[in-house]
Design a protein. Structure first.
Length: 276
């Protein structure tokens, strides 16, 4: 695991990323719902190939942050920079093309479609030919179709799922559905992938495999991974930088060792026995 080093935004990134522009930056990000402030002054930098963790008690605002990063919610204040570009007023599909991908707490696969076709939905973002052009230029469309099948199979093979390509996605065991959702997100060719509670509902062996897959993604695709997770064993073993949120505010940032020993974190989160 790479040493974490400070950067000017009062955050930390892996030492290997210090000379590269960050993949994601937020500056004083916040959102209000009516009179309630859900997230406030959220400032964070994620390195180019960092595995970052976002933790905190239930209701701390973690999923709200992910919704802000993907423009499901528009921030009340603050700025989000994805690969140096301001994401204000970008639609979720536009953000996907800019390089951000996401999975959700509740699996959102197309259950009645095959495993391959679920991955091809993700690949659609990387097919340069538009639907209108495809209709006009049938030969080009067929080429795109062949290429998308080839790319989908390669991705599935990379995650040892090629033999499941023709299976109905909804028929897969839970852990494999989780893995397929990650593969589909990777098919969009992101710069950063956001994983919202990827270990939820997994047994210990599936969680151990997930841990290896997260490292595999970082090392093989050379992208950043940011995850929300309640499984502290997974977070402390796979994340390089961790941000702790409580009542919508950052209370700590640091390496796993720094977070483990931070009194505010122990009080707000790690010391609590009830987690959802």
């Amino acid at each position: 695991m790479s040493k974490m080093v400070p950067v000017p935004s009062n955050s930390i990134v892996p030492e290997r990323d210090i000379d590269k522009p960050p993949v994601l930056e937020t500056h004083h990000l916040g959102i209000d719902f009516g009179g309630l402030t859900a997230v406030d002054d959220f400032t964070l930098t994620v390195g180019r190939t960092e595995i970052a963790g976002l933790i905190g008690p239930n209701g701390a605002g973690k999923t709200t942050v992910f919704n802000l990063l993907t423009n499901v919610y528009s921030p009340t204040r603050g700025v989000i920079l994805l690969d140096g570009h301001n994401t204000t007023r970008k639609s979720t599909p536009q953000l996907s093309k800019m390089g951000i991908a996401r999975t959700f707490q509740n699996i959102r696969l197309f259950a009645d479609m095959t495993v391959m076709d679920n991955v091809r939905v993700g690949l659609h973002n990387s097919i340069k030919q538009s639907f209108a052009e495809s209709v006009t230029h049938l030969f080009g469309y067929r080429n795109s179709e062949r290429q998308s099948k080839k790319d989908a199979l390669e991705l599935l093979d990379f995650f040892h799922m090629a033999d499941l390509a023709d299976k109905q996605a909804g028929s897969l065991p839970y852990g494999e559905q989780r893995r397929l959702e990650i593969v589909r997100a990777l098919a969009t060719k992101p710069l950063i992938i956001l994983l919202d509670e990827p270990a939820a509902g997994m047994n210990p062996s599936e969680t151990a495999e997930l841990m290896e897959n997260i490292r595999h993604i970082r090392d093989s695709f050379k992208i950043a991974v940011m995850l929300i997770e309640h499984d502290m064993n997974l977070v402390m073993n796979v994340c390089e930088g961790i941000c702790v949120l409580d009542h919508g505010k950052i209370i700590a940032k640091g390496s796993p060792d720094e977070i483990k020993s931070n009194p505010a974190v122990i009080e707000a989160y790690l010391g609590k026995k009830t987690e959802g």
